[in-house]
Design a protein around this ligand. Sequence first.
Ligand code: ZN
Length: 792
Amino acid sequence: MLLPAAAAGGEASELALELRTAGLDAEECYRVRDLALYKEDIRLYFTEGLLIFGKPVGGRRYSAVFSARVEGGDGEVLLMPPTRSERLSLALFTDSPNLNEHFSSAVMIFSDDTAERLLAQIQEQPRVRKEPERGVLLARQWGTVVNSFSRSFATRLVYDILSAAPDADRFFYAALQSHRHGSFDIVYDPTAPEQIQAGQVRFRDDRPFFDVWTSFPARSFRNGKRRAFQHGFHLADFRIQAVLDEELHLSAATEAVLQVDDGPRRVFFFDISPREKVTEVTVDGVPCEIWQRESLRANLFGGGTGLFLVVAPKPLASGEYRIRFRHEGRVVSEAGEGVYYVGARGSWYPYLRYDFSYFDVTFRYPDGLDLVFPGDILEDRVEDGVRITRRRTAQPIRLLGFNVGRYEHVRAEREGFAVEVYANRRVEDALAPQRKLVLVPRRSLPSPGKGMRIPELVAMPSEVPEVDPTARLEPLANEVADALSFFWKHFGRPPVSTVMVSPIPGSFGQGFPGLLYVSTISYLEPEARPEAARSLYNELFYSEILHAHEAAHQWWGNLIATDGYRDMWIMEALANYSALLLLERTRGPEALAAVLDLYRDDLLARNEEGQTMDAAGPIVWGPRLNSSRARAFRVILYEKGSWIIHMLRRRMGDEQFFKMLGDLCRKYRYSFLTTEEFRRHAAQFVPKDQPDSSLEDFFEQWVYDVGIPRLRLSQRVRGAAPRVRVVLTVSQAQVPDYFSVVVPVDIHLPGGRVLRRWVRTGDEPVTLDLTLPQRPVRVVLNPDRSVLAAPD
Ligand SMILES: [Zn+2]
């Protein structure tokens, strides 16, 4: 669907229209042989077939189609991922670690010089024939397909063309049709953090997934010849005036500082929730053209699905400008009974990426509704039935969320901060108690004459239990306050002084700066929760872990952040393990042990193909772990992630571990952390006399790879005090040969003395040969769940 552009007939919308209606050029159809097209690591060979180009737009061609449907026709693609992990990924989806596929057709959309390069090769070949008649047929057969792809990529094509991006920064996309895999995609995008990607749209349970087969930096970026692309502009210092009307329709004016670093520049792109429409943009008061459309493939280009373009009438030199957006849409929906769901929690205003910034926000909304958002209150009044609340953040935050409802609220204060918890007054439809039929004995009547009284069972509607969505308001306030105090003690001051907690329908939570969203289920007493939320695991999740996990995001995610999908695990793992640290403090070490065992069992659970959840992929694949093959994101990021942090804790010991976390918060305050930076930071707290004190192997195994070993200990004890010879052998199983973990062995001696030895396992059993003054009382391999291992 094309959204009407605000400035109809603008440059961008005219260009987009031309691009998506251009079609194919029958006059530019060739019978080709042995053409080759290289895009860094991607090699495409058009061995034999017909090649037709798109009609030119503004003098340049942005599409081409190759068809191998001729005698002896063939095309071939070669792609070899450079790392073991990416070869593993490709093999999971295609059964081969390298992509070497024949294809029968290729639809290519590009903004770079692909057409010129192919045409140049064609001119050089002596036997090339033009085939205009075949061209007419091909143009008819493929024209609509090409137009529809051009439409999918319109935002990017228009951006590259209007901004006159250099060819080196432009993209290439091909949809290839192969015998074995059906249709799949190959992308080369020099502006993406990982420039090469191959994958496929697949449906499972009627839901589309984009399966990323492999994704990695292109060769010249890997070897340092090219540097990662930087956006030449950014937004800061947001001032938002928002109105939420009686129908919960949002309309807003968002003003920000637009910093242009690479001027002169005319074209900009921003993201916003696809539920909203941007109706007006001015830069320093000068109206700009807006071009916004829905795009299914926009996510291939590093943004959300709400990318839109802003075209200034004249190029802007480097410097600072005031940009003002008007935007509106339905970002709030009703879940029933006056319970609302904010669908666009982090994207209700235009943004480029989640940088740390200040926010000054005024909301106007119906009096009687409660609207919560972070920041210090500058204004809060009611005028003609409209409530006006203005808040400003005292610290930079990455994104500003809000929530709305008809709330009850309580406040809990601790030294240095306050917690405000808001609860819905009614329960939404999904949590409303259901009357169900239960079998009860009918009051038995005395049977005529003598004999037994037979109670008869009849179906009767059950009592409707009372479900009170404010039941845990007070306890929740204290639990969140206690969690924040506990984290403050270990990680340092949180980035905000007031944390609001508000309900969200669904079975999840989210921890935004100063504002937590906690599942409405957590607000209910355990007995009043839906059946599915009452297992041991879920009871722990909703009562003990969820609110603490989200509270911990004030540090992990909001004070320190990560950028890019490969590093997002660090924040989830730290937030979740922080919740487990609190659980250990309040419920004892056995509670932590029990949760870790539940997590381990989840990771070892096998699917119908006999594959463990853990084998779905390494934690650095992040969202790629949810695909048409597996839904492993949650278990790997939260549960394996918690294990990874727990194993680091055991390597360091508690004192160094907590020091490591506190230092991390100080060192990376308001900045972005990568997995390698995290490894180097953590390694400083590992005792130097341990094997792998640099944690290189640790990260190689647990972070960049998959596998959970089974560990075994065998022992031989000979001789008597004072010279006892103890030979311990540690072996591993169920993992590949290259797997190796560092695991402690505790030798308990009489009198409570414990001798700890660190052993590094390998494909061969490892032997420890010790001479001790006394016979050991017992020897324990992997004490305190030091290493994630399969139970014996
Ligand atoms: Zn989280």
